[in-house]
Write a protein that binds this ligand. Structure first.
Ligand code: AMP
Length: 429
């Protein structure tokens, strides 16, 4: 026992679980590349102002959840990244990517840090995969981002997800709507909770986001942003929905889904999982044409993106038994020596099998043959290769299929030939 524990809100990921992560990451990498997205990796920390500007000072993330530190008494404040969009946009602008090509499609799988109260599905260090499409934000581009996200879920076999969408319109429409909201909520001022009172001044759209049950009735009667949209905003949104329908992607419209920052515009979306408890959001995203301006760009840079929480995706997939096939895979062959003296010979055989590209395991602790058999079964090896005195003499080995119990006697070359066959190889995948 160590006297140290992992820090609250962080966790270790042991080999069995790493296999699951790699499975998800593999699907993300291959689908992202199929959609023409390239991977980007940005630093784990950035200047604090980047997040203050990029996420918004009125948000919970910036207000109370950032891990901020001073590198030295004279240095500028730094923060461990609580999300990826700000860093990716900073990187794109810093490198002047848009002068090289008009559109950049980037994706990531990254670790993030938020000082939240840890609970199931909410950690202080967690991971997201996501994508940012920078340079164009037509309905086709936004639909492409949503499609990539939904296709990852589909390829992984995840069920019971709900995609909700809303449109936030353009900035002028939101300004008019903001006035309407302030007008609507003002008479309720006395009964609003503290958070909502604060939001009423700074960012009334976020009152709609309130999770407080006492606020639900008031919020339900609030005017809808949709009624303040111009025809072209409605058309833009309808076109995104049209693409989703064409692709058989189910969705619901949720007029209360908001991203309360000025640089978000038009389509916003969120995916929830019925397998998760209170923290049921598994991913979300939207269009953020105005973000670049926050970072000093002279004009808007059309962009949209999504982010999905890896841990919550994992929890969902575990509950749905989607890792069963993965968990049953062991090494292809376990080399078993009948007596201690044959140990070195066994090691040499294992070496040759591995050189031939065959996933091989062997005992390194000089244990009895019975113990080796038990271990081969425990780690779910597909085959056992027996090394006995006769085998060494004749150069013919007994290869046992541990699933069917069939056994054949073969030369090592023939063993390699068989284990390299596509069917056997598939077991290794
Ligand atoms: P957000 O960037 O807040 O929109 O979060 C996007 C996704 O990241 C969420 O839907 C969650 O799946 C995941 N997520 C956010 N915060 C946490 C956290 N503290 N721990 C684990 N997952 C998180």
């Amino acid at each position: 026992m160590s006297q140290y524990q992992a820090v609250k809100g962080t966790r270790d990921i042991f080999p069995e679980e790493v296999t699951r992560w790699k499975h998800i990451e593999g699907v993300v990498h291959s689908l992202a590349s199929m959609f023409g997205f390239s991977e980007i990796r940005t630093p784990v920390f950035e200047y604090t102002e980047l997040f203050q500007r990029g996420i918004g000072a009125t948000t919970d993330i910036v207000g109370k959840e950032m891990f901020t530190f001073l590198p030295d008494p004279t240095g500028r404040s730094l923060t461990l990244r609580p999300e990826m969009t700000a860093g990716v946009m900073r990187a794109a602008l810093q490198k002047n990517l848009l002068s090289m090509a008009p559109v950049h499609k980037l994706y990531y799988i990254s670790e993030l840090f938020r000082k939240e109260r840890p609970q199931a599905g909410r950690q202080r260090q967690f991971s997201q995969f996501g994508a940012e499409l920078i340079g164009v934000s037509t309905p086709a581009a936004v639909a492409e981002v949503i499609t990539l996200m939904m296709q990852v879920f589909e390829s992984l076999g995840v069920r019971g997800l709900k995609l909700r969408l809303n449109t936030l319109g353009g900035s002028e429409e939101r300004l008019r709507y903001r006035d309407a909201l302030q007008g609507y909520f003002a008479p309720f001022h006395a009964v609003l909770d503290e958070a909502s009172k604060e939001r009423l001044e700074k960012n009334p759209l976020r009152i709609l986001d309130s999770k407080n049950p006492d606020m639900q009735e008031i919020v339900a009667g609030a005017p809808r942003l949709y009624d303040y949209l111009t025809a072209s905003s409605v058309e833009d949104f309808e076109k995104v929905l049209f693409y989703l329908r064409e692709r058989g992607i189910g969705y619901e419209i949720d007029h209360r889904l908001v991203r309360g920052l000025d640089y978000y515009c038009n389509t916003a979306f969120e995916v929830t999982s019925s397998e998760l408890g209170a923290q049921d959001a598994i991913g979300g995203g939207g269009r953020y044409d105005g973000l670049a301006k926050e970072f000093g760009s002279s004009s808007d840079v059309p962009a949209s993106g999504f982010a999905v929480g890896m841990e919550r995706l994992l929890i969902t997939m575990e509950k749905q038994g989607l890792f069963a096939a993965l968990d049953s895979r062991g090494p292809l062959v376990y080399v078993i020596v009948q007596t201690l003296e044959l140990g070195d010979h066994g090691l040499q055989i294992a070496y040759r099998l591995r050189k031939a590209g065959i996933k091989t395991e062997i005992d390194l602790a000089a244990r009895s043959m019975k113990a080796q058999m038990r271990e081969a079964n425990r780690i779910r090896a597909s085959y056992a290769l027996f090394i006995g005195a006769t085998e060494v003499e004749t150069g013919l080995y007994a290869l046992k299929n541990l699933v069917t119990s069939e056994q054949t006697t073969l030369s090592l070359d023939a063993v390699i030939e068989i284990l390299r066959e596509p069917a056997a190889k598939e077991l290794m995948q």
